[in-house]
Design a protein around this ligand. Structure first.
Ligand SMILES: *Cc1c(COP(=O)(O)O)cnc(C)c1O
Length: 219
């Protein structure tokens, strides 16, 4: 398992043609593997697990922007707030409240994306469209809501994936005026298997792991 430079170059060029950004998803990957990507110029990395994020944060250059893309538990919030550039998977008002509370304690505004449930699978986390339109953002003064994040269903049907991304993209356009101006509005959608469709449907930040580092769990 190692960093695949040819894939990286190809993805970076496709992403930049689409005016989008790339989060290199580095969960389970070693520090040397991440450094290979860093040395090619990659600065945005995504992690799913708090312990791993802490270890990598300490071991790697400080100009890396760490994205937390996992399912965040409230008791871990305190640990990751000082380390993260953007939290992608905020999926409940309870979590928004808890992040706001910890952010207030350290007097730091935290940038977050709201995760939207667009897939057919019941197991994926996220708000539905109705819920998201009714969140009172002013209740969370220490959170910058910077955009939306979503994951399509794990299916081979490319039309279904496209329709799910279309739905998220439409919500994003509708909500754009309410997002924080701290960074430009983020629509985080697209992974190794579907990032091409996501870019066509308006994604401006893709999260890619296995295309860059090989299949997880395969040595
Ligand atoms: C693991 C993960 C990715 C990357 O998946 P790949 O298929 O390896 O590109 C993207 N987003 C989230 C939320 C993930 O957990």
């Amino acid at each position: 398992m190692a960093f695949i430079k040819e894939n990286y170059k190809q993805i970076v060029s496709r992403v930049s043609v689409a005016n989008a950004g790339l989060v290199a998803v580095s969960k389970i990957r070693s520090v040397p593997e991440i450094l290979e990507a860093y040395n090619e110029g990659q600065r945005d990395f995504g992690e799913n697990y708090v312990q791993e994020l802490m270890e990598k944060f300490n071991a790697l250059p400080k100009d890396i922007r760490w994205h937390f893309i996992g399912h965040l538990q409230t008791n871990k919030i305190k640990t990751i707030l000082p380390l993260t550039f953007l939290i992608h998977g905020v999926d409940s008002e309870k979590l928004l409240g808890a992040i706001n509370k910890e952010a207030k304690k350290i007097n730091k505004k935290i940038s977050c994306l709201l995760q939207v449930h667009i897939a057919q699978e019941a197991t994926k986390f996220g708000f539905n469209e109705e819920e998201i339109l009714h969140i009172s953002l002013e209740k969370y003064p220490f959170i910058n809501i910077c955009g939306l994040m979503g994951m399509a269903s794990l299916v081979d049907d490319r039309d279904q994936i496209r329709n799910e991304f279309k739905k998220l993209s439409a919500m994003f356009d509708k909500m754009k005026p309410v997002f924080s101006k701290a960074i430009s509005p983020v629509l985080s959608m697209g992974m190794s298997d579907d990032y091409d469709i996501a870019l066509e449907e308006g994604s401006n930040l893709v999260r890619i792991g296995s295309l860059l580092f090989g299949q997880r769990g395969v040595k």
